[in-house]
Design a protein around this ligand. Structure first.
Ligand SMILES: *[C@@H]1O[C@H](CO)[C@@H](O)[C@H](O)[C@H]1NC(C)=O
Ligand SMILES: *[C@@H]1O[C@H](CO)[C@@H](O)[C@H](O)[C@H]1NC(C)=O
Ligand SMILES: *[C@@H]1O[C@H](CO)[C@@H](O)[C@H](O)[C@H]1NC(C)=O
Ligand SMILES: *[C@@H]1O[C@H](CO)[C@@H](O)[C@H](O)[C@H]1NC(C)=O
Length: 658
């Protein structure tokens, strides 16, 4: 007897087990027809035909004479092994599937939570609107009552007056007629005299015969625009984009030059690879450097399903770029990037430009870090303008991770926004650590990513929180008091205080400068994204001069712009380059008592000083211990310049002589 190997699984060992079932459809074997179904097993040869993949009974042997054969037990063994392997391979998929399952379940859970929370938002928003409508309705009804009342009073008084006049005249006339009906006599003469006097009076009595009010009482309800607004009120925003199908492209993935913006385009796609046509997907980009240095970049939503990530790297080397859509890596992410130095030619050109006599201004000094790539500390430090520096990379007191904004108070304190450690640290002017505050989290008072800090004349500490998208106010002891700009700000980076005690907020993402009262009331705002005069390509920090003008650094436009408090451009200076007065992405800014403007030049790793009209004056000499991507900058109460040396994770205090 033979048995098909494909059915060994069903029957077990065919030599011992009875052949209970044979599918009639299973007739692919040449010897099948000789086989009798449902019969007790007969003698089975110990052989297996490899060509026909079947066990052979003695009767079939002749038919398989020329076929390669193996011992049946061996064939069965091999088969078992194969089966075991397959089983293992498939079982190995289980953890993967279970991971996917819990991940997808989690996404569904989030989606469900989101629905509930948005439902609440819709309910409460519309309740608010209802309330507002009700209030307006009451106001209108009241206004109607009051207006009607005033007019009604006038008209009623006129009616009363006329009625009284009418009554007087009628009565007097009746009296006179009665008198005339009687015989004229001396006895009535006096009474008639009186009547005559009375009639004389009545003849000239002023009566209000012209209406003293009108009947106009109209309602104008301009509801068309409102209806249209209501019709389009609220939008549910989402996309069908998935990370596994979305991809990135563009020169920024291949080559990138130190200090030059590189661009990556991200195309979002749905599960079947179709391009998404709408924006608003939640996308994040992070550039990782081997030594944790800072990279500045931003994502622009083209609102058509494509996004652009523009970033600038401060030094050459190997970097990695993680692009995440809804928290998951897109295709190919994280990407490996190699950042090259600007070609020698470019550097030469820049050098010549920098040294050209036409560019030279009075009192110019040039730091060695002014040209080329920022360099790390030299071996043999010579003295420059540095007085001291504080900090290394770390999470403890007096240590920093990517410090950004700095401020100085009139009572001798230096405040540092330690963005990645999510706190503000306070030091004395001499560099002694005093205190720090701010904790991880999202509720008010907990800092998420503090990037800007300023001190209000009242002593309050004002902190721009980039990720929380608001500005927090703390007391001078570090107690949370209030937040402002919530719901309005998109990415506040720098803060300052103007001459009126108003808070100036530089919204880097919205490319807008906001002016708030300390109470949170918005006073003014100006600016939008662009390269125009009243626009910003990437505003970072602001300072305010004695004339209450607002000085803003525009990182991506490589310029400094000065505005009136009303947002009129007064002055703009700077262009891209490495020469005197040129910038490679300006960041921190401060003004001295003479109106000179001190600017941190991030990509050129230097500090430049300008006069109030934007003419280049000098550099702070930072040559001995070069800066590396300086950010915030301020003047201390004892007249020194303090700068956040972000790439070196420390702050430095410099002599500042005028
Ligand atoms: C009636 O109206 C006239 C003219 O407007 C005014 O001079 C007069 O005082 C009024 N009389 C009364 C009682 O109000
Ligand atoms: C999306 O918008 C950007 C900027 O306006 C444009 O450059 C790009 O070609 C658009 N892409 C598509 C697919 O429409
Ligand atoms: C900066 O300071 C160093 C050390 O004092 C000095 O050698 C160098 O000439 C200074 N650079 C400029 C441009 O003044
Ligand atoms: C900066 O803005 C000006 C217009 O104010 C524009 O002409 C210039 O090209 C911009 N520069 C850069 C580097 O974007």
């Amino acid at each position: 007897q033979f048995i098909c190997m494909k059915q060994v699984e069903l029957y077990g060992n065919c030599r011992t087990a009875p052949l209970v079932k044979v599918k009639s459809s299973h007739n692919t074997h040449t010897c099948y027809n000789e086989h009798k179904p449902n019969q007790d097993i007969q003698k089975v040869a110990d052989l297996y035909c490899s060509a026909c993949e079947c066990a052979l009974c003695e009767d079939c042997l002749p038919a398989h004479e020329d076929h390669p054969k193996v011992v049946l037990s061996q064939a069965l063994e091999q088969h078992r092994n194969r089966l075991q392997e397959r089983l293992g391979a498939v079982q190995n998929r289980l953890p993967q599937i279970s991971d996917a399952l819990s991940f997808v379940r989690e996404i569904l859970q989030q989606l469900t939570n989101q629905r509930a929370s948005i439902e609440e938002d819709i309910q409460s928003s519309f309740e608010d609107l209802h309330k507002q409508l009700e209030v307006r309705k009451s106001v209108l009804l009241m206004e109607l009552e009051v207006t009607y009342g005033l007019k009604q009073k006038v008209l009623q008084a006129q009616i009363d007056n006329l009625t009284r006049g009418d009554g007087d005249i009628t009565a007097t006339c009746t009296q006179t007629e009665e008198a005339l009906a009687e015989e004229a006599s001396v006895a009535t003469l006096e009474a008639e005299h009186e009547l005559e006097e009375r009639l004389k009076e009545l003849a000239i009595l002023r009566m209000p015969c012209q209406p003293e009010e009108n009947d106009q009482l109209d309602l104008v309800m301009e509801t068309d625009g409102l209806r249209k607004s209501i019709h389009n009120l609220g939008t549910i925003v989402t996309t069908s984009a998935v990370a596994s199908q979305s991809e990135a492209m563009g020169s920024g993935l291949e080559q990138c030059i130190v200090g030059h913006p590189a661009s990556v385009t991200i195309v979002t796609r749905d599960k079947s690879g179709g391009a998404c046509k709408t924006g608003n997907a939640i996308l994040s980009a992070e550039v990782f450097t081997p030594d944790g240095s800072i990279v500045d970049g931003e994502i622009v939503d083209h609102k058509n399903g494509t996004y652009e990530f523009v970033y600038t790297v401060p030094k050459e080397g190997e970097f990695s770029l993680a692009l995440r859509l809804y928290d998951q890596h897109i295709k190919g992410s994280p990407f490996k990037l190699t950042i090259a130095k600007a070609s020698e030619v470019e550097v030469e050109v820049a050098k010549r430009r920098g040294k050209s006599p036409g560019q030279k201004k009075k009192g110019s000094k040039r730091a060695s870090s002014a040209l080329g790539t920022p360099r790390r500390k030299t071996q043999n430090p010579i003295e420059d303008d540095l007085i001291f520096k504080i900090g290394t990379k770390g999470r403890n007191k007096g240590e920093f991770t990517n410090l950004q904004g700095v401020a100085a108070s009139s009572n001798g304190r230096i405040l540092i926004a330690d963005s990645n450690n999510q706190c503000v640290q306070i030091f004395s002017n001499e560099g002694e650590f005093k205190t720090r505050f701010g904790v991880r989290g999202r509720s008010p008072g907990q800092l998420q990513r503090p990037t800007g800090v300023a001190v209000h004349p009242s002593g309050d500490i004002i902190i721009a929180d980039y990720d929380n998208k608001w500005v927090s106010i703390f007391s001078c002891e570090g107690k949370f008091k209030a937040k402002l700009g919530s719901g309005r700000l998109m990415g506040p980076k720098g803060v300052s205080v103007d001459q009126n005690g108003h808070v100036i907020v530089v919204d880097n993402k919205a490319c807008t400068v906001f002016i708030f009262q300390l109470t949170g009331k918005l006073i003014a705002k100006f600016g939008s994204r662009g390269n125009g005069d009243k626009q910003f390509a990437g505003p970072h920090f602001a300072a305010v001069n004695k004339n209450n003008e607002i000085i803003v650094t525009d990182f991506h436009n490589h310029s400094v712009k000065v505005f009136t408090a009303e947002g009129e451009l007064v002055l703009k200076f700077g262009s891209n380059g490495e020469g005197n007065g040129q910038f490679n992405a300006p960041t921190g800014v401060a003004v001295d008592i003479n109106g000179n403007i001190i600017v941190a030049d991030w990509g050129n790793s230097r500090i430049q000083v300008f006069d109030g009209s934007g003419s280049f004056l000098s550099y702070i000499n930072t040559s001995a211990d070069p800066l590396y991507g300086p950010q915030g900058l301020a003047l201390t109460s004892d007249g020194h310049v303090v700068v956040a040396d972000s790439g070196n994770h420390c702050f430095k205090v410099y002599r500042y002589l005028q």
